[in-house]
Ligand binder design. Structure first.
Ligand code: ATP
Ligand code: MN
Length: 468
């Protein structure tokens, strides 16, 4: 076969160099036609769009062509011509075809279109080859890129916080323990407690549930930083919004109060959504047409509208009023309750019909490090609530006062012996500061319109599931 420099399909479809000989490589999506002429839809992952390969039966041996079925991988040389069919601008008239690998139709699982999302989760190793997951993972890449671009352009520094931690004070959920101990032969003291002296770190260690505490160290040195990395929570909540391993973006800013924090969160999400609309058009259009006819409109609306900013106490009043007027929630509503997704979504989708930033939550349901309000009851927390998702961001202004912070830590009996380093941010040159955490997959749920978080991460980790 003649060696011709490969053109990616995304580039090929933009061009119009009719008459030139090109090479494309990819996987067969479909093949149809007759002995005389057959049409191969080839996809190389660079775009949702396939290029059509026209194969003239006179030039190719029928036996050779036989194994070119859905899933087979090919290298094709051919002449670029203006397309006869509708829906595409160019097609390739094949001159040479090399088969890299076949995919036996008897065993290749991706035969027909319209497999259920549940079935595709069982073949997560192959699902990126579907149109749907190709679109989702290209959007996922674009969102990651947009996030780095946004913060870089604002003068934030990407700061790498550790994934292994020996401090369990976040209370954000159950932690996964990290150990090299022999679990069949654990050393215990006379009370039956495990002795960690000989363990790898010489003490109990876990996977991080948040990079925030270390992020605060960085913010009180570099001014404004963000983290973007894997986060682990062993919460046994089998919901469509929770993963055991997910990615979180956590900006942390010195000299930001909660209003600055809200401004940043709003600008940040809008930037990401705008990026998707500008750079992921074909993929979004596909998802819009296939799954959720309201998707693109919803994305456009979020950019247009300013987010509602509302104290928790006011939010509870609205929810209580709804209950009084006959609205049924699964979980009870009262001042002090940790809002469930149904409550959050009611505020966003039914009441305000736009995103809501809820602030000033009861201190009992929020973390120890949040700035305490004058009322003695609430803290300067802010959750950003989104249509279809509920909480997408959780953040706060941080308690900058050493004594207040220590009091709260003692009140909650948080084990601080390993946390002296965190308190040092308040002992030496403490400053007002704020930050938040955005769940990357929650953002992707919103941007792709998918309804289950397992479908926006390549290989989901959830209770009883760590395959692939
Ligand atoms: P939720 O109430 O939804 O469980 P949370 O209050 O525990 O979330 P935070 O500790 O505030 O969450 O974490 C910040 C962000 O991280 C959340 O707003 C959400 O977007 C995301 N997040 C939290 N837990 C998970 C999870 N298990 N899987 C995926 N994303 C998560
Ligand atoms: Mn939260």
């Amino acid at each position: 076969m003649e060696t011709i420099k490969r053109t990616r399909i995304v580039d090929l479809l933009k061009g119009d160099a009719y008459g030139t000989t090109v090479n494309v490589k990819g996987w067969v999506r479909t093949r149809r036609g007759s002995k005389q002429v057959s049409f191969i839809a080839l996809n190389d992952g660079s775009t949702i769009n396939n290029v059509q390969i026209v194969v003239n039966g006179d030039n190719f041996d029928e036996e050779y062509m036989k194994p070119i079925t859905t899933g087979a991988s090919l290298s094709v040389n051919g002449i670029l011509v203006k397309s006869q069919g509708k829906g595409q601008s160019v097609e390739i008239q094949a001159t040479e075809i090399q088969i890299y690998g076949t995919a036996d139709p008897a065993t290749y699982p991706l035969q027909k279109k319209g497999h259920s999302m549940e079935f595709l989760r069982e073949i997560a190793h192959l699902r990126p080859r579907t149109n749907t997951f190709g679109a989702i993972f290209r959007i996922r890449h674009n969102m990651a890129y947009a996030i780095h671009k946004f913060f870089h352009e604002k003068g934030f520094f990407y700061f790498h916080t550790p994934l292994i931690t020996a401090s369990d004070c976040e209370g954000a959920g159950q932690m996964f323990q990290v150990t090299t101990m022999n679990l069949y032969n654990l050393k215990k003291d006379e009370k039956g407690s495990i002795i960690y002296d000989d363990d790898f770190f010489g003490k109990q260690a876990s996977l991080t549930v948040s990079g925030q505490l270390e992020g605060e160290l960085a913010a009180t040195a570099l001014g404004q930083i963000y983290t973007f990395g894997p986060t682990f929570r062993a919460e046994n909540s089998n919901t469509p919004r929770h993963l055991a391993e997910f990615w979180m973006i956590e900006p942390e800013m010195a000299f930001y109060d909660i209003a600055d924090n809200m401004d940043l969160a709003e600008e940040f999400i809008k930037y990401c959504v705008q990026w998707a609309l500008d750079n992921c058009k074909d993929d979004l259009q596909f998802l819009n047409d296939m799954f959720d006819k309201g998707l693109i409109t919803r994305l456009q609306d979020v950019i247009k509208e300013s987010f509602v900013r509302l104290p928790y106490t006011e939010g509870i009043k609205i929810l209580e009023e709804a209950v009084a007027n006959g609205h049924k929630f699964e979980f009870p509503v009262y001042w002090g309750v940790d809002l469930a997704a149904e409550h959050e979504r009611f505020l966003v989708e039914d009441h305000f019909k736009r995103p809501v930033i809820l602030t000033d939550y009861p201190k009992e349901i929020k973390a120890f490090y949040m700035k305490q309000n004058e009322d003695g009851k609430t803290v300067r927390a802010m959750d950003v609530l989104f249509p279809k998702i509920g909480e997408i961001i959780g953040g706060s202004e941080r308690e900058a006062d050493y004594d207040k912070l220590l009091n709260r830590i003692n009140e909650l009996k948080i084990p601080m012996k390993d946390m002296w380093w965190y308190l040092d941010t308040r002992r030496f040159g403490t400053v007002p500061h704020s930050g938040f955490g955005l769940g990357f997959e929650r953002l992707l749920l919103f941007v792709t319109g998918m309804t289950n978080i397992r479908d926006v991460i390549p290989f989901p980790r959830t209770p009883k599931n760590a395959d692939f």
